[in-house]
Design a protein around this ligand. Structure first.
Ligand code: G6P
Length: 612
Protein backbone atom coordinates (compact mmCIF):
# COMPACT_ATOMS: atom_id res chain seq x y z
CA UNK A 1 0.00 0.00 0.00
CA UNK A 2 1.15 3.49 -0.79
CA UNK A 3 2.91 4.09 -4.05
CA UNK A 4 6.23 5.85 -4.21
CA UNK A 5 8.04 7.32 -7.17
CA UNK A 6 11.20 9.36 -7.68
CA UNK A 7 13.27 10.86 -10.48
CA UNK A 8 16.71 12.37 -10.84
CA UNK A 9 18.25 13.33 -14.17
CA UNK A 10 18.11 16.09 -16.74
CA UNK A 11 14.39 16.06 -17.52
CA UNK A 12 11.65 17.89 -15.66
CA UNK A 13 10.63 15.63 -12.80
CA UNK A 14 7.01 16.72 -12.27
CA UNK A 15 5.37 15.11 -15.34
CA UNK A 16 7.29 11.88 -14.71
CA UNK A 17 6.21 11.83 -11.08
CA UNK A 18 2.54 12.57 -11.81
CA UNK A 19 2.31 9.92 -14.51
CA UNK A 20 4.02 7.48 -12.18
CA UNK A 21 1.57 8.30 -9.40
CA UNK A 22 -1.37 7.60 -11.72
CA UNK A 23 0.13 4.19 -12.43
CA UNK A 24 0.65 3.49 -8.74
CA UNK A 25 -2.71 4.81 -7.61
CA UNK A 26 -4.00 1.24 -7.27
CA UNK A 27 -1.77 1.01 -4.18
CA UNK A 28 -3.74 3.65 -2.29
CA UNK A 29 -5.62 6.82 -3.05
CA UNK A 30 -6.22 8.64 0.21
CA UNK A 31 -3.87 11.49 -0.68
CA UNK A 32 -1.06 12.34 -3.07
CA UNK A 33 1.95 14.61 -2.99
CA UNK A 34 5.22 15.58 -4.62
CA UNK A 35 8.43 17.28 -3.53
CA UNK A 36 10.62 19.06 -6.07
CA UNK A 37 14.03 20.58 -5.65
CA UNK A 38 14.68 23.89 -7.33
CA UNK A 39 16.17 26.55 -5.12
CA UNK A 40 14.88 24.83 -1.99
CA UNK A 41 12.46 21.93 -1.58
CA UNK A 42 8.86 22.62 -2.54
CA UNK A 43 6.17 20.23 -1.37
CA UNK A 44 2.69 20.08 -2.85
CA UNK A 45 0.24 17.62 -1.34
CA UNK A 46 -3.45 17.09 -1.18
CA UNK A 47 -6.00 14.70 0.31
CA UNK A 48 -7.79 12.69 -2.36
CA UNK A 49 -6.66 11.28 -5.65
CA UNK A 50 -3.77 12.24 -7.91
CA UNK A 51 -6.08 14.46 -10.01
CA UNK A 52 -6.71 16.59 -6.91
CA UNK A 53 -2.96 17.04 -6.56
CA UNK A 54 -2.66 17.99 -10.23
CA UNK A 55 -5.36 20.65 -9.78
CA UNK A 56 -3.65 21.88 -6.64
CA UNK A 57 -0.34 22.28 -8.50
CA UNK A 58 -1.88 24.19 -11.37
CA UNK A 59 -0.19 27.60 -11.79
CA UNK A 60 2.47 26.82 -9.17
CA UNK A 61 6.21 26.47 -9.68
CA UNK A 62 6.65 22.81 -10.50
CA UNK A 63 10.06 22.99 -12.09
CA UNK A 64 12.96 20.83 -11.00
CA UNK A 65 14.93 17.91 -12.34
CA UNK A 66 14.86 15.92 -9.14
CA UNK A 67 11.77 15.03 -7.17
CA UNK A 68 9.74 12.45 -5.29
CA UNK A 69 6.03 11.60 -5.27
CA UNK A 70 3.65 9.54 -3.15
CA UNK A 71 0.13 8.19 -3.23
CA UNK A 72 -1.11 7.17 0.22
CA UNK A 73 -3.14 4.45 1.83
CA UNK A 74 -3.56 5.86 5.31
CA UNK A 75 -2.27 3.97 8.35
CA UNK A 76 -1.04 6.51 10.92
CA UNK A 77 -3.16 9.63 10.80
CA UNK A 78 -6.36 10.43 8.94
CA UNK A 79 -6.16 11.01 5.18
CA UNK A 80 -5.82 14.82 5.10
CA UNK A 81 -3.43 17.30 3.49
CA UNK A 82 -1.10 17.42 6.49
CA UNK A 83 -0.65 13.68 6.81
CA UNK A 84 -0.08 13.34 3.06
CA UNK A 85 3.50 12.61 1.99
CA UNK A 86 6.17 13.93 1.33
CA UNK A 87 7.18 15.08 4.80
CA UNK A 88 9.84 17.61 5.72
CA UNK A 89 12.56 17.24 8.31
CA UNK A 90 12.84 19.87 11.07
CA UNK A 91 15.00 22.29 9.04
CA UNK A 92 13.01 21.56 5.88
CA UNK A 93 16.17 20.60 4.05
CA UNK A 94 15.16 16.97 3.70
CA UNK A 95 11.93 15.46 2.38
CA UNK A 96 10.81 11.83 2.53
CA UNK A 97 8.20 9.52 1.02
CA UNK A 98 7.50 6.19 2.69
CA UNK A 99 5.55 2.99 2.13
CA UNK A 100 5.27 0.76 5.21
CA UNK A 101 4.97 1.21 8.96
CA UNK A 102 7.61 2.34 11.45
CA UNK A 103 6.40 0.35 14.44
CA UNK A 104 8.58 2.05 17.07
CA UNK A 105 7.75 5.53 15.83
CA UNK A 106 6.15 6.56 19.13
CA UNK A 107 9.31 6.05 21.20
CA UNK A 108 11.50 7.63 18.51
CA UNK A 109 9.12 10.61 18.40
CA UNK A 110 9.27 10.99 22.15
CA UNK A 111 13.06 11.20 22.07
CA UNK A 112 13.03 13.67 19.20
CA UNK A 113 10.44 15.86 20.93
CA UNK A 114 12.74 16.05 23.93
CA UNK A 115 15.52 17.13 21.59
CA UNK A 116 13.45 20.04 20.37
CA UNK A 117 11.85 18.62 17.21
CA UNK A 118 8.37 19.72 16.16
CA UNK A 119 5.99 17.57 14.18
CA UNK A 120 3.24 18.69 11.88
CA UNK A 121 1.60 15.40 11.04
CA UNK A 122 0.45 12.30 12.91
CA UNK A 123 2.51 10.04 10.69
CA UNK A 124 5.28 7.61 11.53
CA UNK A 125 7.05 8.79 8.38
CA UNK A 126 7.70 12.32 9.60
CA UNK A 127 9.44 10.84 12.64
CA UNK A 128 11.86 8.96 10.42
CA UNK A 129 12.98 12.01 8.43
CA UNK A 130 13.46 14.00 11.65
CA UNK A 131 15.55 11.17 13.01
CA UNK A 132 17.71 11.16 9.88
CA UNK A 133 18.27 14.92 10.09
CA UNK A 134 19.07 14.62 13.80
CA UNK A 135 21.69 11.96 13.15
CA UNK A 136 23.18 13.84 10.19
CA UNK A 137 23.61 16.94 12.34
CA UNK A 138 24.64 15.48 15.65
CA UNK A 139 26.86 12.69 14.47
CA UNK A 140 28.43 14.78 11.67
CA UNK A 141 27.98 12.08 9.05
CA UNK A 142 26.90 12.43 5.43
CA UNK A 143 23.27 11.87 4.46
CA UNK A 144 23.68 8.28 3.25
CA UNK A 145 25.36 7.32 6.50
CA UNK A 146 22.69 9.13 8.51
CA UNK A 147 20.03 7.13 6.64
CA UNK A 148 21.91 3.91 7.38
CA UNK A 149 22.26 4.67 11.09
CA UNK A 150 18.61 5.72 11.34
CA UNK A 151 17.37 2.57 9.63
CA UNK A 152 19.25 0.53 12.18
CA UNK A 153 17.11 2.14 14.86
CA UNK A 154 13.85 1.50 13.06
CA UNK A 155 11.53 -1.43 13.71
CA UNK A 156 9.03 -2.11 10.95
CA UNK A 157 8.70 -2.01 7.21
CA UNK A 158 9.74 0.66 4.79
CA UNK A 159 10.42 1.67 1.26
CA UNK A 160 11.66 5.25 1.36
CA UNK A 161 13.10 7.86 -0.93
CA UNK A 162 14.82 10.97 0.40
CA UNK A 163 15.35 14.29 -1.31
CA UNK A 164 17.97 16.66 0.08
CA UNK A 165 18.40 20.39 -0.42
CA UNK A 166 22.10 20.20 0.41
CA UNK A 167 22.67 17.23 -1.91
CA UNK A 168 20.82 18.34 -5.06
CA UNK A 169 22.49 15.70 -7.22
CA UNK A 170 21.44 12.76 -5.05
CA UNK A 171 18.40 10.67 -4.31
CA UNK A 172 18.64 8.07 -1.58
CA UNK A 173 16.30 5.08 -1.42
CA UNK A 174 16.04 2.11 0.91
CA UNK A 175 13.70 -0.79 1.53
CA UNK A 176 12.75 -3.45 4.03
CA UNK A 177 9.52 -5.36 3.60
CA UNK A 178 8.02 -2.93 1.08
CA UNK A 179 8.99 -3.11 -2.59
CA UNK A 180 11.25 -0.74 -4.50
CA UNK A 181 12.51 -0.86 -8.07
CA UNK A 182 15.21 1.38 -9.55
CA UNK A 183 15.07 2.18 -13.26
CA UNK A 184 18.46 2.88 -14.78
CA UNK A 185 18.46 5.38 -17.67
CA UNK A 186 21.18 7.42 -19.38
CA UNK A 187 22.43 9.61 -16.55
CA UNK A 188 19.03 9.41 -14.89
CA UNK A 189 17.29 7.23 -12.35
CA UNK A 190 13.65 6.36 -11.78
CA UNK A 191 12.49 4.88 -8.51
CA UNK A 192 9.08 3.30 -7.92
CA UNK A 193 7.12 0.79 -5.87
CA UNK A 194 6.78 -1.36 -8.97
CA UNK A 195 7.99 -1.22 -12.54
CA UNK A 196 4.83 0.33 -14.02
CA UNK A 197 5.98 3.99 -13.80
CA UNK A 198 9.42 3.01 -15.12
CA UNK A 199 8.65 0.90 -18.18
CA UNK A 200 8.14 3.77 -20.59
CA UNK A 201 11.50 5.29 -19.67
CA UNK A 202 13.84 2.33 -19.42
CA UNK A 203 13.79 -1.46 -19.46
CA UNK A 204 16.83 -1.76 -17.17
CA UNK A 205 15.91 -2.19 -13.55
CA UNK A 206 17.41 -3.16 -10.23
CA UNK A 207 15.07 -4.71 -7.66
CA UNK A 208 16.32 -3.53 -4.32
CA UNK A 209 16.59 -6.24 -1.66
CA UNK A 210 15.52 -5.91 1.95
CA UNK A 211 17.81 -3.74 4.07
CA UNK A 212 19.56 -2.25 1.05
CA UNK A 213 20.20 1.47 0.61
CA UNK A 214 20.74 2.90 -2.89
CA UNK A 215 22.45 6.21 -3.53
CA UNK A 216 21.70 7.54 -7.02
CA UNK A 217 23.80 10.36 -8.40
CA UNK A 218 22.74 12.59 -11.29
CA UNK A 219 25.99 11.65 -13.06
CA UNK A 220 24.59 8.11 -13.44
CA UNK A 221 26.54 6.63 -10.56
CA UNK A 222 24.69 4.09 -8.43
CA UNK A 223 25.96 2.58 -5.21
CA UNK A 224 24.18 0.09 -3.00
CA UNK A 225 25.03 -1.01 0.50
CA UNK A 226 23.15 -2.77 3.26
CA UNK A 227 22.13 -1.21 6.52
CA UNK A 228 24.84 -3.44 7.98
CA UNK A 229 27.35 -1.50 5.79
CA UNK A 230 28.09 -4.28 3.29
CA UNK A 231 28.63 -2.99 -0.25
CA UNK A 232 26.47 -4.74 -2.89
CA UNK A 233 26.95 -4.87 -6.66
CA UNK A 234 23.74 -3.74 -8.40
CA UNK A 235 22.16 -6.57 -10.39
CA UNK A 236 20.54 -5.07 -13.49
CA UNK A 237 17.61 -7.00 -15.01
CA UNK A 238 15.55 -6.44 -18.17
CA UNK A 239 11.82 -5.64 -17.91
CA UNK A 240 9.36 -7.67 -19.94
CA UNK A 241 6.39 -5.44 -19.16
CA UNK A 242 4.81 -3.66 -22.13
CA UNK A 243 3.27 -0.21 -21.96
CA UNK A 244 -0.05 -1.18 -23.57
CA UNK A 245 -0.60 -3.68 -20.75
CA UNK A 246 -0.98 -0.70 -18.42
CA UNK A 247 -3.63 1.14 -20.37
CA UNK A 248 -7.40 0.70 -20.61
CA UNK A 249 -7.33 -0.15 -24.31
CA UNK A 250 -10.80 1.26 -25.07
CA UNK A 251 -12.58 -0.20 -22.03
CA UNK A 252 -14.32 2.08 -19.54
CA UNK A 253 -12.56 0.49 -16.61
CA UNK A 254 -9.50 -1.63 -15.95
CA UNK A 255 -11.72 -4.16 -14.20
CA UNK A 256 -13.83 -4.70 -17.30
CA UNK A 257 -10.74 -4.88 -19.50
CA UNK A 258 -9.25 -7.45 -17.15
CA UNK A 259 -12.45 -9.54 -17.10
CA UNK A 260 -12.43 -9.50 -20.90
CA UNK A 261 -8.74 -10.35 -21.04
CA UNK A 262 -9.33 -13.73 -19.42
CA UNK A 263 -9.39 -15.84 -22.59
CA UNK A 264 -5.88 -14.49 -23.25
CA UNK A 265 -4.60 -14.36 -19.71
CA UNK A 266 -5.61 -17.98 -19.03
CA UNK A 267 -4.00 -18.97 -22.35
CA UNK A 268 -0.83 -17.13 -21.25
CA UNK A 269 -0.85 -19.07 -17.98
CA UNK A 270 -1.03 -22.34 -19.90
CA UNK A 271 1.35 -21.39 -22.70
CA UNK A 272 4.48 -23.51 -22.93
CA UNK A 273 3.33 -25.58 -19.97
CA UNK A 274 0.44 -27.61 -21.30
CA UNK A 275 1.12 -29.85 -24.26
CA UNK A 276 -2.01 -31.52 -25.63
CA UNK A 277 -0.16 -33.32 -28.46
CA UNK A 278 1.99 -35.46 -26.23
CA UNK A 279 -0.20 -35.11 -23.15
CA UNK A 280 2.28 -33.38 -20.90
CA UNK A 281 2.44 -30.65 -18.29
CA UNK A 282 5.71 -28.93 -17.57
CA UNK A 283 5.85 -26.20 -14.96
CA UNK A 284 9.50 -25.20 -15.28
CA UNK A 285 9.75 -23.53 -11.89
CA UNK A 286 8.65 -26.70 -10.10
CA UNK A 287 10.61 -29.34 -12.07
CA UNK A 288 13.56 -29.45 -9.72
CA UNK A 289 11.26 -29.85 -6.73
CA UNK A 290 8.67 -32.16 -8.27
CA UNK A 291 9.62 -34.97 -5.89
CA UNK A 292 8.65 -32.74 -2.97
CA UNK A 293 5.08 -32.46 -4.21
CA UNK A 294 4.84 -36.06 -5.34
CA UNK A 295 6.09 -37.42 -2.02
CA UNK A 296 4.41 -34.84 0.21
CA UNK A 297 2.17 -36.13 2.99
CA UNK A 298 0.06 -33.03 2.64
CA UNK A 299 0.15 -29.46 1.47
CA UNK A 300 -0.54 -26.11 3.08
CA UNK A 301 -1.77 -23.17 1.04
CA UNK A 302 -1.14 -19.71 2.47
CA UNK A 303 -2.70 -16.59 0.99
CA UNK A 304 -5.01 -13.62 1.59
CA UNK A 305 -8.16 -12.29 -0.10
CA UNK A 306 -8.94 -13.59 -3.55
CA UNK A 307 -5.72 -15.61 -3.55
CA UNK A 308 -7.03 -17.47 -0.49
CA UNK A 309 -10.08 -18.43 -2.55
CA UNK A 310 -7.73 -19.83 -5.21
CA UNK A 311 -6.16 -21.79 -2.36
CA UNK A 312 -9.51 -23.42 -1.60
CA UNK A 313 -9.97 -24.34 -5.25
CA UNK A 314 -6.49 -25.89 -5.03
CA UNK A 315 -7.54 -27.81 -1.91
CA UNK A 316 -10.37 -29.44 -3.84
CA UNK A 317 -8.11 -30.10 -6.83
CA UNK A 318 -5.22 -31.67 -4.90
CA UNK A 319 -7.48 -33.75 -2.72
CA UNK A 320 -9.71 -34.86 -5.56
CA UNK A 321 -7.07 -35.57 -8.19
CA UNK A 322 -3.80 -36.16 -6.34
CA UNK A 323 -5.32 -37.55 -3.13
CA UNK A 324 -3.21 -35.19 -1.05
CA UNK A 325 -4.64 -33.64 2.11
CA UNK A 326 -4.55 -29.84 1.97
CA UNK A 327 -4.88 -27.12 4.59
CA UNK A 328 -5.76 -23.62 3.39
CA UNK A 329 -4.60 -20.90 5.72
CA UNK A 330 -5.11 -17.18 5.96
CA UNK A 331 -1.48 -16.00 6.03
CA UNK A 332 -2.31 -13.52 8.80
CA UNK A 333 -3.64 -16.25 11.12
CA UNK A 334 -1.02 -18.81 10.20
CA UNK A 335 1.89 -16.54 11.06
CA UNK A 336 0.66 -15.61 14.53
CA UNK A 337 -0.78 -18.94 15.55
CA UNK A 338 2.35 -20.84 16.51
CA UNK A 339 1.74 -23.27 13.63
CA UNK A 340 3.29 -26.71 13.61
CA UNK A 341 5.77 -26.65 10.75
CA UNK A 342 8.76 -28.86 10.13
CA UNK A 343 11.32 -29.49 7.41
CA UNK A 344 8.99 -32.16 5.95
CA UNK A 345 6.28 -29.63 5.17
CA UNK A 346 5.43 -28.35 1.73
CA UNK A 347 3.75 -25.00 1.45
CA UNK A 348 2.31 -23.13 -1.51
CA UNK A 349 2.02 -19.36 -1.12
CA UNK A 350 -0.40 -17.71 -3.54
CA UNK A 351 -0.29 -14.00 -4.28
CA UNK A 352 -1.13 -11.76 -7.19
CA UNK A 353 1.10 -8.86 -6.15
CA UNK A 354 3.79 -10.95 -4.51
CA UNK A 355 4.02 -8.21 -1.88
CA UNK A 356 1.27 -8.98 0.65
CA UNK A 357 2.92 -8.41 4.02
CA UNK A 358 1.16 -11.25 5.86
CA UNK A 359 1.84 -13.78 3.13
CA UNK A 360 5.49 -12.74 2.98
CA UNK A 361 5.86 -13.04 6.76
CA UNK A 362 4.15 -16.45 6.75
CA UNK A 363 6.62 -17.62 4.09
CA UNK A 364 9.55 -16.38 6.14
CA UNK A 365 8.22 -18.18 9.20
CA UNK A 366 7.75 -21.44 7.29
CA UNK A 367 11.21 -21.18 5.77
CA UNK A 368 12.78 -20.54 9.14
CA UNK A 369 11.37 -23.92 10.25
CA UNK A 370 12.90 -25.61 7.22
CA UNK A 371 9.71 -26.11 5.18
CA UNK A 372 9.82 -26.04 1.39
CA UNK A 373 7.84 -23.05 0.15
CA UNK A 374 6.58 -22.69 -3.40
CA UNK A 375 5.14 -19.50 -4.81
CA UNK A 376 2.33 -18.88 -7.27
CA UNK A 377 2.68 -15.16 -8.05
CA UNK A 378 1.69 -12.81 -10.81
CA UNK A 379 4.24 -10.04 -10.44
CA UNK A 380 7.68 -10.97 -11.69
CA UNK A 381 10.48 -9.74 -9.45
CA UNK A 382 8.12 -9.39 -6.47
CA UNK A 383 9.24 -10.04 -2.91
CA UNK A 384 7.25 -13.28 -2.55
CA UNK A 385 8.56 -14.61 -5.86
CA UNK A 386 12.06 -14.03 -4.56
CA UNK A 387 11.45 -15.29 -1.05
CA UNK A 388 10.12 -18.71 -2.09
CA UNK A 389 12.24 -21.77 -2.92
CA UNK A 390 10.64 -22.24 -6.33
CA UNK A 391 7.33 -21.70 -8.06
CA UNK A 392 5.49 -20.51 -11.11
CA UNK A 393 4.41 -17.14 -12.32
CA UNK A 394 0.78 -16.92 -13.35
CA UNK A 395 1.53 -14.67 -16.37
CA UNK A 396 -1.84 -12.90 -16.22
CA UNK A 397 -0.17 -9.57 -17.03
CA UNK A 398 -0.51 -6.48 -14.85
CA UNK A 399 -3.80 -6.36 -12.94
CA UNK A 400 -4.71 -2.76 -12.19
CA UNK A 401 -8.36 -2.90 -11.06
CA UNK A 402 -8.25 -3.25 -7.28
CA UNK A 403 -10.76 -6.12 -7.35
CA UNK A 404 -8.89 -9.16 -8.61
CA UNK A 405 -10.36 -10.96 -11.64
CA UNK A 406 -7.92 -12.29 -14.21
CA UNK A 407 -5.34 -12.96 -11.50
CA UNK A 408 -7.79 -15.38 -9.85
CA UNK A 409 -8.40 -17.42 -13.00
CA UNK A 410 -4.67 -17.42 -13.78
CA UNK A 411 -3.91 -18.72 -10.28
CA UNK A 412 -6.55 -21.41 -10.65
CA UNK A 413 -5.14 -22.36 -14.07
CA UNK A 414 -1.62 -22.77 -12.65
CA UNK A 415 -2.83 -24.64 -9.57
CA UNK A 416 -4.94 -26.92 -11.80
CA UNK A 417 -1.86 -27.81 -13.83
CA UNK A 418 0.12 -28.41 -10.68
CA UNK A 419 -2.57 -30.65 -9.18
CA UNK A 420 -3.00 -32.57 -12.44
CA UNK A 421 0.74 -33.10 -12.82
CA UNK A 422 1.13 -34.17 -9.19
CA UNK A 423 -1.80 -36.58 -9.57
CA UNK A 424 -0.26 -38.00 -12.72
CA UNK A 425 3.11 -38.54 -11.04
CA UNK A 426 1.51 -40.01 -7.93
CA UNK A 427 -0.50 -42.38 -10.05
CA UNK A 428 -3.80 -41.27 -8.57
CA UNK A 429 -5.30 -40.64 -12.01
CA UNK A 430 -4.95 -42.79 -15.08
CA UNK A 431 -3.06 -41.73 -18.17
CA UNK A 432 -6.30 -41.36 -20.13
CA UNK A 433 -7.90 -39.25 -17.40
CA UNK A 434 -4.77 -37.09 -17.35
CA UNK A 435 -5.10 -36.58 -21.13
CA UNK A 436 -8.78 -35.78 -20.77
CA UNK A 437 -8.07 -33.12 -18.16
CA UNK A 438 -5.23 -31.62 -20.20
CA UNK A 439 -7.44 -31.36 -23.26
CA UNK A 440 -10.26 -29.83 -21.30
CA UNK A 441 -7.98 -27.29 -19.63
CA UNK A 442 -6.66 -26.37 -23.05
CA UNK A 443 -10.21 -25.63 -24.22
CA UNK A 444 -11.00 -23.30 -21.30
CA UNK A 445 -9.78 -20.03 -22.93
CA UNK A 446 -12.16 -20.60 -25.88
CA UNK A 447 -15.00 -21.39 -23.48
CA UNK A 448 -14.32 -18.21 -21.52
CA UNK A 449 -14.51 -16.28 -24.77
CA UNK A 450 -17.90 -17.80 -25.53
CA UNK A 451 -19.06 -17.26 -21.95
CA UNK A 452 -18.27 -13.53 -22.03
CA UNK A 453 -21.27 -13.15 -24.35
CA UNK A 454 -23.44 -13.30 -21.21
CA UNK A 455 -22.30 -9.77 -20.42
CA UNK A 456 -25.42 -8.15 -21.92
CA UNK A 457 -27.72 -10.49 -20.04
CA UNK A 458 -25.89 -9.79 -16.78
CA UNK A 459 -26.17 -6.05 -17.39
CA UNK A 460 -29.92 -6.58 -17.73
CA UNK A 461 -30.15 -8.68 -14.55
CA UNK A 462 -28.05 -6.15 -12.62
CA UNK A 463 -30.69 -3.51 -13.04
CA UNK A 464 -33.12 -5.59 -10.94
CA UNK A 465 -30.70 -5.86 -8.04
CA UNK A 466 -28.80 -2.59 -8.00
CA UNK A 467 -30.62 -1.43 -4.86
CA UNK A 468 -30.28 -4.67 -2.92
CA UNK A 469 -28.85 -4.28 0.57
CA UNK A 470 -27.57 -7.85 0.86
CA UNK A 471 -26.55 -10.71 -1.39
CA UNK A 472 -26.11 -14.34 -0.51
CA UNK A 473 -23.89 -16.60 -2.66
CA UNK A 474 -24.17 -20.37 -2.45
CA UNK A 475 -22.01 -23.05 -4.02
CA UNK A 476 -21.00 -26.60 -3.25
CA UNK A 477 -17.86 -28.59 -4.06
CA UNK A 478 -15.66 -26.76 -6.51
CA UNK A 479 -18.21 -23.96 -6.63
CA UNK A 480 -17.98 -23.19 -2.92
CA UNK A 481 -14.81 -21.06 -3.30
CA UNK A 482 -16.46 -19.48 -6.34
CA UNK A 483 -19.39 -18.42 -4.13
CA UNK A 484 -16.91 -16.86 -1.70
CA UNK A 485 -15.16 -15.05 -4.53
CA UNK A 486 -18.44 -13.82 -6.03
CA UNK A 487 -19.49 -12.38 -2.67
CA UNK A 488 -16.10 -10.75 -2.19
CA UNK A 489 -16.31 -9.08 -5.61
CA UNK A 490 -19.79 -7.75 -4.81
CA UNK A 491 -18.85 -6.22 -1.46
CA UNK A 492 -15.50 -4.86 -2.65
CA UNK A 493 -16.79 -2.76 -5.49
CA UNK A 494 -20.54 -2.20 -4.94
CA UNK A 495 -20.45 -1.89 -1.11
CA UNK A 496 -23.44 -4.22 -0.89
CA UNK A 497 -23.11 -6.61 2.01
CA UNK A 498 -22.57 -10.07 0.54
CA UNK A 499 -21.74 -13.46 2.03
CA UNK A 500 -20.63 -16.68 0.42
CA UNK A 501 -21.60 -20.03 1.93
CA UNK A 502 -21.39 -23.71 1.12
CA UNK A 503 -24.96 -24.54 0.06
CA UNK A 504 -25.65 -26.86 2.98
CA UNK A 505 -24.54 -24.33 5.56
CA UNK A 506 -27.38 -22.04 4.56
CA UNK A 507 -29.73 -23.81 6.92
CA UNK A 508 -27.35 -23.19 9.83
CA UNK A 509 -27.97 -19.47 9.86
CA UNK A 510 -28.18 -17.51 6.62
CA UNK A 511 -31.58 -19.01 5.80
CA UNK A 512 -32.97 -16.73 8.51
CA UNK A 513 -32.17 -13.78 6.26
CA UNK A 514 -34.10 -15.00 3.27
CA UNK A 515 -37.24 -13.13 2.29
CA UNK A 516 -38.59 -11.63 -0.92
CA UNK A 517 -35.90 -8.91 -0.79
CA UNK A 518 -32.93 -11.25 -0.67
CA UNK A 519 -31.04 -12.03 -3.89
CA UNK A 520 -29.39 -15.43 -3.71
CA UNK A 521 -26.78 -16.26 -6.32
CA UNK A 522 -26.56 -20.03 -6.58
CA UNK A 523 -23.66 -21.53 -8.49
CA UNK A 524 -25.33 -24.76 -9.54
CA UNK A 525 -23.41 -26.31 -12.41
CA UNK A 526 -23.71 -29.99 -13.35
CA UNK A 527 -21.41 -32.32 -11.46
CA UNK A 528 -20.99 -33.99 -8.05
CA UNK A 529 -23.28 -32.15 -5.64
CA UNK A 530 -25.80 -30.98 -8.28
CA UNK A 531 -28.82 -32.67 -6.68
CA UNK A 532 -27.90 -31.25 -3.32
CA UNK A 533 -27.63 -27.69 -4.57
CA UNK A 534 -30.98 -28.20 -6.25
CA UNK A 535 -32.38 -28.83 -2.78
CA UNK A 536 -30.85 -25.57 -1.62
CA UNK A 537 -32.52 -23.74 -4.48
CA UNK A 538 -35.86 -25.21 -3.44
CA UNK A 539 -35.25 -24.09 0.13
CA UNK A 540 -34.57 -20.51 -1.01
CA UNK A 541 -37.57 -20.55 -3.31
CA UNK A 542 -39.87 -21.78 -0.56
CA UNK A 543 -38.91 -18.66 1.40
CA UNK A 544 -39.45 -16.36 -1.59
CA UNK A 545 -35.76 -15.53 -2.02
CA UNK A 546 -34.83 -14.18 -5.46
CA UNK A 547 -32.67 -16.72 -7.23
CA UNK A 548 -29.99 -15.93 -9.79
CA UNK A 549 -28.56 -19.28 -10.83
CA UNK A 550 -25.33 -19.97 -12.68
CA UNK A 551 -25.95 -23.27 -14.46
CA UNK A 552 -24.45 -25.53 -17.09
CA UNK A 553 -25.69 -24.78 -20.58
CA UNK A 554 -28.95 -26.59 -21.32
CA UNK A 555 -30.03 -27.07 -17.70
CA UNK A 556 -33.84 -27.10 -17.86
CA UNK A 557 -34.57 -28.04 -14.26
CA UNK A 558 -33.16 -24.89 -12.68
CA UNK A 559 -34.63 -22.72 -15.41
CA UNK A 560 -38.05 -23.50 -13.96
CA UNK A 561 -37.01 -22.63 -10.44
CA UNK A 562 -34.83 -19.56 -10.68
CA UNK A 563 -35.83 -15.99 -11.49
CA UNK A 564 -32.73 -15.59 -13.66
CA UNK A 565 -30.49 -18.25 -15.14
CA UNK A 566 -27.00 -17.60 -16.48
CA UNK A 567 -25.59 -20.43 -18.56
CA UNK A 568 -21.93 -21.38 -18.71
CA UNK A 569 -20.33 -23.89 -21.10
CA UNK A 570 -20.01 -27.48 -19.95
CA UNK A 571 -16.61 -28.52 -18.61
CA UNK A 572 -14.87 -30.99 -16.31
CA UNK A 573 -16.15 -30.49 -12.78
CA UNK A 574 -12.61 -29.85 -11.53
CA UNK A 575 -12.21 -26.97 -13.96
CA UNK A 576 -15.61 -25.37 -13.31
CA UNK A 577 -14.28 -22.45 -11.20
CA UNK A 578 -12.45 -21.12 -14.26
CA UNK A 579 -15.84 -20.55 -15.88
CA UNK A 580 -18.38 -20.16 -13.10
CA UNK A 581 -16.56 -17.21 -11.52
CA UNK A 582 -16.81 -15.06 -14.65
CA UNK A 583 -20.56 -14.24 -14.49
CA UNK A 584 -20.05 -13.32 -10.84
CA UNK A 585 -17.27 -10.89 -11.73
CA UNK A 586 -19.54 -9.29 -14.33
CA UNK A 587 -22.50 -9.13 -11.95
CA UNK A 588 -20.44 -7.26 -9.36
CA UNK A 589 -19.06 -4.95 -12.04
CA UNK A 590 -22.44 -3.96 -13.49
CA UNK A 591 -24.13 -3.52 -10.14
CA UNK A 592 -21.27 -1.34 -8.89
CA UNK A 593 -21.46 0.72 -12.05
CA UNK A 594 -25.23 1.21 -11.71
CA UNK A 595 -24.70 2.32 -8.13
CA UNK A 596 -22.19 4.93 -9.28
CA UNK A 597 -19.25 3.33 -7.46
CA UNK A 598 -15.63 3.75 -8.43
CA UNK A 599 -15.13 0.28 -9.83
CA UNK A 600 -11.37 0.39 -10.27
CA UNK A 601 -10.58 2.11 -7.00
CA UNK A 602 -13.15 1.09 -4.40
CA UNK A 603 -13.12 3.05 -1.17
CA UNK A 604 -10.73 2.05 1.62
CA UNK A 605 -9.14 -0.74 -0.39
CA UNK A 606 -5.72 -1.07 -1.94
CA UNK A 607 -4.43 -3.62 -4.35
CA UNK A 608 -1.12 -4.33 -2.73
CA UNK A 609 -1.41 -4.76 1.02
CA UNK A 610 2.11 -4.22 2.28
CA UNK A 611 1.09 -3.62 5.87
CA UNK A 612 -0.16 -6.36 8.16
C1 G6P B 1 -5.90 -7.05 -1.44
C2 G6P B 1 -6.48 -6.97 -2.82
C3 G6P B 1 -7.13 -8.29 -3.19
C4 G6P B 1 -6.15 -9.43 -3.03
C5 G6P B 1 -5.51 -9.46 -1.65
C6 G6P B 1 -4.34 -10.43 -1.60
O1 G6P B 1 -6.91 -7.15 -0.50
O2 G6P B 1 -7.41 -5.92 -2.90
O3 G6P B 1 -7.61 -8.25 -4.51
O4 G6P B 1 -6.79 -10.64 -3.26
O5 G6P B 1 -5.01 -8.17 -1.32
O6 G6P B 1 -3.33 -9.92 -2.42
P1 G6P B 1 -2.27 -10.78 -3.20
O7 G6P B 1 -1.54 -9.76 -4.03
O8 G6P B 1 -1.39 -11.41 -2.16
O9 G6P B 1 -2.96 -11.78 -4.03
Amino acid sequence: MCGIVGYIGEKQAFPILIKGLHRLEYRGYDSAGVALLNGGIKIYKKAGKVVALEEHCFGKDITGTVGIGHTRWATHGVPNDINAHPHFSENKKLAIIHNGIIENYASLKEELLQRGHHFESDTDTEVLIHLIEDIEKNESVDLAEAVRIALNEVVGAYAIVILSNDNPDLLIAARKGSPLVLGIGEKEFFIASDATPIVEHTKNVVYLNDEEIAVMHRSGELSIKTIGNVVRTPYIEGLELKLEMLEKGGYDHFMLKEIYEQPHSIRDSLRGRLNTYIGKIKLGGFSEYEHKLVNAKGLTMIACGTSWHSGIVAEYLFEDLARLPVEVEYASEFRYRNPIISADDTIIAISQSGETADTLAAIQLAKSKGATVFGVCNVVGSSIARATDAGSFTHAGPEIGVASTKAFTAQVAVLSMLAMQTAHKRGTITQSRFHQLINELDSIPEKVKELLKVDEQIKYISDFFKDARNFLYLGRGYNFPVALEGALKMKEISYIHAEGYPGAEMKHGPIALIDEQMPVVVVATKGGPYDKILNNIQEVKARKGRIIAVVTKGDKVIKDLAEFVIEIPETEEALTPLLSVIPLQLLAYHIALLRGCNVDQPRNLAKSVTVE
